[in-house]
Design a protein around this ligand. Structure first.
Ligand SMILES: *Cc1c(COP(=O)(O)O)cnc(C)c1O
Length: 369
């Protein structure tokens, strides 16, 4: 048959053949990710991790007025999609071993909301900075109360717990390929599903919910959330370098471990025991200024003077003006981590010379013996 003549086809601005890009690229990237997840999962490539969380909530049946349990200590993208659905977030504190959702407060929250006649619809757990959460405990709580578990693994591609990859424990998992993440498509994300049926539904929703018809027919709300095929090509290329990138992030972590080894009052976020494997997306330190006689701000400002970026850890969601009316279960762990924690330069392109600069700068605030 002759080549098809299309209704509206824009000539490509690059030298790349349109047909090559359009037809295969997305499914090729999805296949590569499925292979990465040992062919046990169905992957949907999307335009962001945030869209993936939004679709996970829709597929979980979360609608207006529902409650969703969500880790408070995280980036706002974890929680925003709850608002897109006009649902209510219930925020949960972190524990200090992994800095992720505290299983104790999670169960307290579930019991309390059930007592109030409002059983939560879903749990959104985060593997922050690449560190796997206490997933065994949380998954068993989700199972015990029959609540859907969504894993935000935006920062944790390549991390695993007891040899099982982050993003594969729950009913849904999500990944991000934003510029700052472990691999990038310069904006992108993925939804990890357990069944092909869920994947098909997610693709349907992500492409404006087009019913089967010759004309455009719609019976439910849809979104423009699909990944650009062009970016899927980049994703494929990036995924082939994942192991190499993880190794670099872990080397960076080792560099900081060595640097702070003898410094009293400074602790690193570490793998809790051998069950934990973190991609160490970002290395974070915790500075107890009563012992260390400098604060995380002192160190951040010193680094800034040398044109080195460091940033406080996430400001918890329950302390954000946006969520001032939301319910919160927990103590002050997340708040203390925000006040005393600091994220240090951890990218996979960090050179030896740059590490030397960082070391010199850090040593300026540390009292020499
Ligand atoms: C980056 C990130 C997201 C969102 O990903 P985008 O692709 O930027 O939409 C969600 N959760 C966490 C924890 C993140 O770090």
């Amino acid at each position: 048959m002759k080549d098809r003549i299309y209704l509206s086809k824009t000539s490509s601005i690059t030298s790349i053949d349109n047909n090559f890009i359009e037809g295969e690229s997305i499914s090729r990237f999805e296949k590569s990710l499925e292979v990465y997840f040992e062919n046990k999962k169905h992957i949907v490539a999307l335009n962001s991790g945030t869209s993936a969380i939004h679709l996970a909530l829709i597929l979980s049946g979360v609608t207006e007025g529902d409650e969703v349990l969500c880790q408070s200590f995280t980036f706002v993208a974890t929680a925003n999609p709850i608002l897109y659905q006009k649902a209510n977030p219930i925020f949960i504190d972190s524990e200090l071993d992994t800095q992720n959702m505290c299983p104790y407060y999670l169960e307290e929250a579930i019991k309390s909301r059930i007592e109030a006649g409002k059983k939560p619809k879903a749990i959104i757990l985060v593997h922050l900075y690449g560190m796997p959460a206490k997933i065994d405990e949380i998954a068993s709580i989700a199972k015990k109360y029959d609540i859907i578990l969504i894993e935000d693994a935006a920062e944790a591609l390549g991390s695993h717990y007891k040899e099982q990859k982050c993003g594969t424990f729950g009913n849904f998992g999500i990944l991000s390929f934003n510029n700052n993440k472990i691999i990038t498509t310069f904006g992108g994300g993925a939804l990890i599903c357990n069944t092909l049926k869920e994947k098909d539904k997610a693709v349907f929703l992500a492409t404006q919910s087009k019913d089967k018809a010759v004309h455009y027919q719609h019976s439910e709300i849809g979104f423009n959330y699909r990944m650009s095929p062009f970016l899927a090509e980049i994703g494929n290329e990036q995924l082939s370098k994942l192991e190499e990138k993880i190794q670099k992030h872990r080397d960076n972590n080792l560099f900081y471990q060595t640097l702070f080894k003898e410094i009293k009052g400074v602790t690193l976020l570490k793998e809790f025991n051998l069950d934990w494997f973190s991609n160490h997306w970002l290395t974070c330190i915790f500075i107890d200024n009563n012992i260390a006689n400098f604060t995380s701000d002192d160190l951040r400002i010193e680094l800034e003077k040398d044109n080195i970026e460091a940033r406080p850890q996430w400001k918890p969601m329950h302390l954000q003006p946006l969520f001032k009316d939301s319910i919160y279960f927990g103590g002050n762990n997340a708040e203390v981590l925000f006040k005393k924690g600091l994220c240090l330069p951890s990218g996979s392109c960090l050179s030896r010379e740059e590490k030397e600069r960082i070391k010199k700068s850090i040593l300026k605030v540390i009292p020499q013996k």
